[in-house]
Design a protein around this ligand. Structure first.
Ligand code: ZN
Ligand code: ZN
Length: 232
């Protein structure tokens, strides 16, 4: 693979060795403020400081993960970068993303308490189509940097669920359930697991991952994504 030497954002020469966002553009990346956000999902509300519980996480059907965080906000150029990475057109961004993930992981979690880092698994179709999982690169690199084990193949997607559209509320819940399964429960039981993915939007997918891991006996499930799409 030929790696470009131009900044992924502005196109001028990249001035940081091995990185693809120049220092000028780095200053404009919309990083997530790690103080002043929901203690569970990590959503920040303007004007609120410290940790609190957001409206969604105060409900009874709150997310099944215990804590989630993200490195950058999914907006403007950052959004385009994440999309290019996701569609495999800019895989060289993984080192820049790993820098940001590592900083967010250290700010948001007690990284020494993490027993295993796991990538969000891709669908079978994705594996056939693209041949690999872009979240696995990030999970492996993050695990290496924080000196934790990366475990792939424990968390699996089991088949494609039916489309949610047209299903009644109860069917939807049943349908969303069972999208993920955790194999080799002995790798999960009693452990603190960090699931890594590229984008978090509603958190429903990460929540379903967390459900599968909890059913397999995980003690705590934490989630970390490169980008966070903030709903209005
Ligand atoms: Zn630049
Ligand atoms: Zn929340």
């Amino acid at each position: 693979m030929i790696w470009p030497r131009a900044c992924e954002v502005c196109g001028r020469p990249a001035d940081r060795p091995g990185r693809h966002v120049c220092s000028d553009c780095l200053n404009r990346i919309p990083f997530v403020a790690q103080d002043g956000c929901c203690s569970v999902c990590g959503r920040s509300v303007e004007g609120l400081a410290g940790e609190y519980l957001c409206e969604d996480c105060s409900k009874r059907d709150r997310p099944r993960f215990d804590r989630a965080g993200s490195a950058i906000r999914y907006e403007a150029e950052a959004r385009e970068m994440v999309n290019r990475y996701k569609s495999h057109q800019a895989l060289w961004l993984r080192d820049d993303f790993a820098d940001w993930l590592e900083a967010a992981a250290r700010a948001r979690f007690d990284v020494a308490a993490i027993d295993a880092v796991m990538p969000m698994p891709v669908t079978l179709w994705h594996r056939i189509d693209r041949g690999y999982n872009q979240s696995a690169y990030l999970a492996r690199e993050l695990a290496r940097r924080i000196d934790r084990r990366c475990e792939e193949g424990v968390l699996r997607r089991c088949g494609n669920p039916r489309r949610q559209a047209g299903l009644a509320e109860e069917e939807r819940m049943e349908n969303a359930k069972g999208t993920f399964a955790a194999r080799r429960a002995e790798r999960v039981r009693g452990r603190t697991v960090l699931v890594v993915d590229d984008i978090m939007t509603t958190g429903a997918t990460l929540s379903d991952c967390a459900r599968a891991l909890k059913e397999a006996g995980a003690w705590r499930v934490w989630c970390l994504t490169v980008a966070r799409s903030i709903r209005a």
